[in-house]
Write a protein that binds this ligand. Structure first.
Ligand code: NAD
Ligand code: IPM
Ligand code: MN
Length: 349
């Protein structure tokens, strides 16, 4: 029987709550299938930092690298916790994993499922994927400040865009568009960010020549937020940089039924390192520990994980079960584990 080594990082806040349900559903989807998931749980996040002062040790990283895939809940402590002042868990853990494991494709699908509580009156069919670059942009941490704390303080935060980095993610986005409705939208801000914008525009134009069947258009990011609300059905594949992709995908989650449904995969398409699957949302300190979080985003992320591992039948069962659960929601509040139980039961049905 096939063994899959899975690293599980529940993290902070609602992370452990939603991951418990994702594991439940994963177990249900793979029970009796001949595939055995061998899981290693990693205690990482603000909680670990407060206990040990560690964020992600070299040993943690080496161990995580030895797995076939990673499932992550969310990381980030309570806002204003002074003990975390110098920690920056997000950069030292989450971004470090994305960079070290070369997750250059951050895949963030948005689909408006029947019954999902979207805020739009007449949304029509909505089914698009944001391909967010995952290893560059302003996220690289190439910045600094001088004269700190004075009235003359200067802060610089550099957005790093390499032709290599842009080309590889743009190629992945075109390949995805070929498998979908053959439409690709580049989102950037070329009117202001002229140097980075020039690379993105040129690379998209060049790669487009190899994909004559893919219709390509361009939107400035501000205008893209308009159309994500007024006409989200116009999008198929959106390719964009790390920061724009972050912002657009919270918006995309909100227009397609809420952030509690939005899944993501941090993919290394070359398979040199394990890919990492996580909900788009964060640790939600405002509702943590109360069984109020919707675990569906973590569960859809599990389907992306199964798909990435080539377990397409299992992935489809998870997606269908979550979709059916959404279709049958009646507005009665359910706990995190009630939603997980209901989806796991549908997976087994
Ligand atoms: P957030 O996504 O945690 O929360 C935003 C809002 O969405 C909150 O009102 C929250 O209650 C709600 N929400 C989030 N997930 C939900 C779910 N599954 N079900 C129902 N409601 C849900 O964003 P934030 O408040 O900006 O960030 C909180 C912390 O999480 C910060 O430390 C941030 O850095 C971190 N964060 C981590 C990740 C990650 O680990 N991948 C992602 C985003 C934010
Ligand atoms: C996300 C999060 C992260 C990001 C933060 C926590 C670093 O918002 O996964 O969307 O900005 O990528
Ligand atoms: Mn985000």
């Amino acid at each position: 029987s096939r063994v899959v080594k899975l690293a599980v990082i529940p993290g902070d806040g609602i992370g452990p709550e939603v991951i418990a349900e994702a594991e439940k559903v994963l177990d249900a989807a793979t029970a009796g299938s001949g595939i055995r998931f061998e899981k290693t749980h990693f205690s990482l996040g603000a909680g670990r930092f407060l206990e040990t002062g560690e964020t992600l040790t070299d040993a943690d990283l080496a161990s995580i690298k030895s797995h076939d895939a990673i499932m992550l809940g969310a990381v980030g402590g309570i806002p204003g916790d002074v003990r975390l002042k110098d920690a920056n868990i997000e950069r030292g853990l989450l971004l470090k994993l994305r960079f070290e494991l070369d997750h250059y494709v951050n895949l963030r699908p948005s689909k408006l499922y029947p019954g999902a509580p979207g805020p739009l009156a007449n949304p029509g069919e909505v089914d698009f994927v944001v391909v967010r670059e995952g290893t560059e942009g302003p996220y690289v941490g190439n910045g600094g400040a001088i004269r700190r704390g004075t009235a003359q303080e200067v802060a610089n935060e550099t957005s790093v865009n390499t032709a290599f980095g842009v080309e590889r993610v743009v190629r992945a986005a075109f390949a995805l568009a070929e498998r979908r409705r053959k439409k690709l939208t580049l989102v950037h801000k070329t009117n202001v960010l002229v140097y980075a914008g020039a690379i993105w525009k040129r690379v998209v134009d060049e790669v487009a020549e190899e994909h004559p069947g893919v219709a390509v258009d361009y939107l400035h990011v501000d205008a893209a937020t308009i159309f994500l609300v007024t006409n989200p059905g116009r999008f198929d594949v959106i390719v964009t940089d790390n920061l724009f992709g972050d912002i657009l995908t919270d918006l995309a989650g909100a227009v397609t039924g809420g952030i509690g449904l939005a899944a993501s995969g941090n993919i290394n398409p070359d398979r040199a390192f394990p890919s990492m699957f996580e909900p788009v949302h964060g640790s939600a300190p405002d509702i943590a520990g109360q069984q109020k979080a919707d675990p569906t985003a973590a569960i859809f992320s599990t389907a992306l994980l199964l798909d990435h591992l080539g377990l397409t039948a299992e992935a489809a069962r998870v997606t269908r079960a979550a979709e059916e659960d959404i279709a049958h929601r009646d507005g009665e509040p359910r706990t995190t584990s009630q939603i997980g139980d209901a989806i796991a039961a549908r997976v087994q049905a």
